[in-house]
Design a protein around this ligand. Structure first.
Ligand code: NA7
Length: 513
C-alpha cells in the first residue's frame, strides 16, 4: 500500500508495532511456522523484476524465508524511510470540522491525515485463554503468535502445548523432536492434510515462470486466489473406484487445496462426509494406537468448515514415546498450577507452556486501534453485534477510512497476497479519483452496507462453514458475536463486484467536495 501510494504521489506514513516489517511473519516465529500457500504464489505480483529475481527454495515457504522476502521487498523499494517501527497506534479519531483523522500512538505522537488505511491483518490479535492460575505457573509461557525473536530452546524440557489448529499442528512435530516430553492438550481435533513439502528445483521454478503472468491472472479470478485442480462432477455421482482414486490423488498432492478438489464438499453434507471419512481412515492408518487415532478424528463439524490444516508428520508424531495427547474437550483444563496443568484429578507437570490458542480474528486488531468516527461513535460500539462493512473496505459513520482485507471481504478464505493486492489497487484507484475531483470526505452508504452484510451472510449460509465453531465466526473468543466474518463468494466474484463499484463511479459511497 505504501509503495502504491508513493508511486501515485500521495504523502503517506506507516505505523508498525513490530520492530521491523513482516506482520504475521514477524510475530509467528514458532517452531514449524510455515505458509500453506505455495511460495511461488504467496508472493507479490506487482513487480516483474521482483518475481524474477527472488528465488524461493521450498514448495511451502517457512517463516524465516517469508520474513527475509518481506525484508527484501522493504529494502528493494526503500519502504522503511516512511515507516515508524515499534509504534503502536492506540487512537484514531475523526475530526468532523476538518474531515481529517487524528492518529495517536503509544509513543505519544499524534499526526493528522486526510485518509487512514488499516493493514492490521486478520490474525494478529493473539488470544491467550483466561485459565485460572496462569500467573502461578513457575515455568515459561509462550504464544505462537508472539514468539520471542531470539527463539526458544526446548532441549531437555517438558512442554505442554494447548491448541490443535494450524499453529499447534505445525509446532507439534518440531517441538516433539527437540523436547524431552510433549503433552498436547486438544479441545477440538482439526482435519489435517499432508503438505508434501519439498525443495523447489530450478526446473520447477523455470516452468512456473514461463506461465507466471497467465497463472496469476487466473488466480485473481478464482474462488480462493489459488489454482486447484477441481473435479468436474460431484463425488456422489462417481463410481466407487473413481472416487477412491480421486481422493487418493488429492491426498498425494496434499496442501490446503485438498477440500477444494471436491467442489460439492463444502456445500453438500453427504459429499463432505465422503471426504471426512477418507481422512479419518488415513488418520487411523498412520496412528498406531486406535484410541489415540479416534481422539484425533474430528466428529463434530464438516471437513473444511474450519480452516483445513496442512502438516508435516503431525499424526505420526503421536506414535512417539515422548508425546501424549490429552483430550480437554469433555474435561477442560481446570487450572494452571505452579508445576503444570491440571485436568481432572491429574496434574501434567511441564517446564513450559505453548499457547497455540489462536486469535481474536478479523476484528480484534481493528478494535484495538481505538477508532472513533462521526458523532463520537466508537467502531467497537458500532460493531458490538458483529462487523458491518461495505465490501469489506469501508464502514458507514467512519469517513475517509479504508480497511485492507477487512471483515466482509474474502481475505482469510483466500490466498492473502492476491486479496491484499486487489484491495491495494482498488483503494489506491479510489483515492486517485477522490483527489482528482477535490473530495475532502468519502463515506460508505448505510443502505449499501446493510445490503452487503446481508449478502455476506446469505452466501455463508449456503455453505457448511457456519456448522463449525471456528474463528471465522468468532466462536473462539468468549462473548464475541457469532457472525460469519469473511466473504465466502470467492475472490473472482468479489473482484467483479468491486470493479463494478468503481466503473459505476462508486454508487455505494457519499462524497463531499
Ligand atoms: P486456531 O485455528 O484458532 O486454533 C486455536 C486452537 O486452540 C484450537 O484448537 C482451539 O480449540 C484451541 N484452544 C483455544 N482456547 C483453548 C482453551 N482454553 N483450551 C484448550 N484449547 C483451546 O489458531 P491457529 O493459530 O492454530 O491458526 C490460526 C490461523 O492461522 C489458521 O487457521 C491459518 O489460517 C493461519 P477449539 O477449536 O476452539 O476448541
Amino acid at each position: 500500500m505504501l509503495h502504491e501510494l508513493r508511486r501515485r504521489g500521495f504523502s503517506s506514513h506507516v505505523f508498525e508495532a513490530g520492530t521491523d516489517v513482516g506482520g504475521t511473519w514477524y510475530w509467528n516465529r514458532y517452531p514449524g511456522a510455515r505458509c500453506d500457500v505455495e511460495s511461488l504464489f504467496y508472493s507479490y505480483s506487482f513487480s516483474p523484476e521482483l518475481t524474477k529475481e527472488w528465488v524461493w527454495t521450498e514448495r511451502y515457504p517457512a517463516q524465516p524465508e517469508i520474513l527475509a522476502y518481506l525484508q527484501h521487498v522493504a529494502d528493494r523499494f526503500d519502504l522503511r524511510r516512511d515507516i515508524s517501527f515499534s509504534t503502536r497506534v492506540d487512537s484514531v479519531v475523526f475530526d468532523e470540522a476538518s474531515h481529517r483523522w487524528q492518529v495517536s500512538t503509544e509513543t505519544g505522537r499524534t499526526v493528522t491525515a486526510r485518509y487512514v488505511v488499516t493493514a492490521v491483518g486478520c490474525l494478529s490479535s493473539a488470544q491467550t485463554p483466561a485459565i485460572p492460575g496462569l500467573d502461578s505457573f513457575r515455568g515459561a509461557t509462550y504464544h505462537t503468535g508472539q514468539w520471542p525473536k531470539e527463539g526458544v530452546d526446548f532441549t531437555g524440557k517438558r512442554v505442554g502445548l494447548i491448541g490443535t489448529g494450524s499453529s499447534g499442528i505445525q509446532a507439534t512435530p518440531v517441538i516433539a523432536e527437540q523436547a524431552d516430553r510433549l503433552t498436547v492438550f486438544q479441545r477440538t481435533p482439526s482435519f489435517s492434510v499432508p503438505a508434501h513439502n519439498h525443495p523447489l528445483s530450478p526446473e520447477t521454478i523455470a516452468a512456473a515462470m514461463e506461465r507466471y503472468d497467465e497463472v496469476r491472472e487466473q488466480m485473481r479470478h478464482s474462488p480462493g486466489g489459488t489454482l486447484i485442480d477441481a473435479a468436474d462432477k460431484s463425488l456422489l455421482e462417481m463410481p466407487d473406484d473413481e472416487r477412491r482414486e480421486l481422493l487418493e490423488r488429492a491426498w498425494k498432492t496434499g496442501g490446503a487445496g485438498f477440500v477444494g478438489t471436491f467442489p460439492d464438499a463444502l456445500v453438500n453434507r453427504e459429499a463432505n462426509k465422503v471426504v471426512a471419512d477418507f481422512v479419518a481412515d488415513k488418520i487411523r492408518s498412520i496412528v498406531n494406537d486406535p484410541a489415540v487415532a479416534d481422539r484425533l478424528i474430528p466428529s463434530t463439524y464438516p471437513i473444511g468448515a474450519k480452516r483445513i490444516c496442512v502438516d508435516t508428520d503431525y499424526y505420526a508424531t503421536f506414535n512417539r514415546d515422548n508425546v501424549e495427547l490429552v483430550d480437554v474437550g469433555a474435561e477442560p483444563i481446570q487450572e494452571i498450577v505452579p508445576q503444570g496443568l491440571k485436568v481432572g484429578d491429574r496434574i501434567h507437570e511441564v517446564d513450559a507452556i505453548v499457547f497455540a490458542t489462536g486469535y481474536d480474528a478479523m476484528t480484534g486488531s481493528l478494535a484495538r486501534l481505538g477508532i472513533v468516527g462521526v458523532d463520537g461513535v466508537r467502531l467497537t460500539d458500532k460493531w458490538a453485534a458483529g462487523p458491518e462493512t461495505y465490501l469489506g473496505v469501508a464502514t458507514s459513520g467512519f469517513p475517509n477510512l479504508f480497511m485492507l482485507t477487512g471483515p466482509g471481504s474474502p481475505s482469510v478464505l483466500s490466498n492473502m497476497v492476491v486479496s491484499i493486492e486487489q484491495h491495494v489497487d482498488w483503494v489506491a484507484d479510489f483515492l486517485d479519483r477522490l483527489r482528482s475531483e477535490g473530495a475532502v470526505r468519502v463515506e460508505a452508504d448505510r443502505v449499501a452496507e446493510t445490503e452487503w452484510v446481508a449478502h455476506v451472510n446469505e452466501v455463508a449460509n449456503h455453505t457448511l462453514y457456519p456448522q463449525a465453531n471456528s474463528w471465522y465466526l468468532g466462536a473462539n473468543v468468549p462473548g464475541k458475536p457469532r457472525i460469519f466474518m469473511p466473504y465466502a463468494g470467492g475472490v473472482g466474484a468479489y473482484r467483479e463486484r468491486c470493479d463494478a463499484e468503481a466503473s459505476r463511479d462508486y454508487p455505494g459511497f457519499h462524497r463531499k467536495r
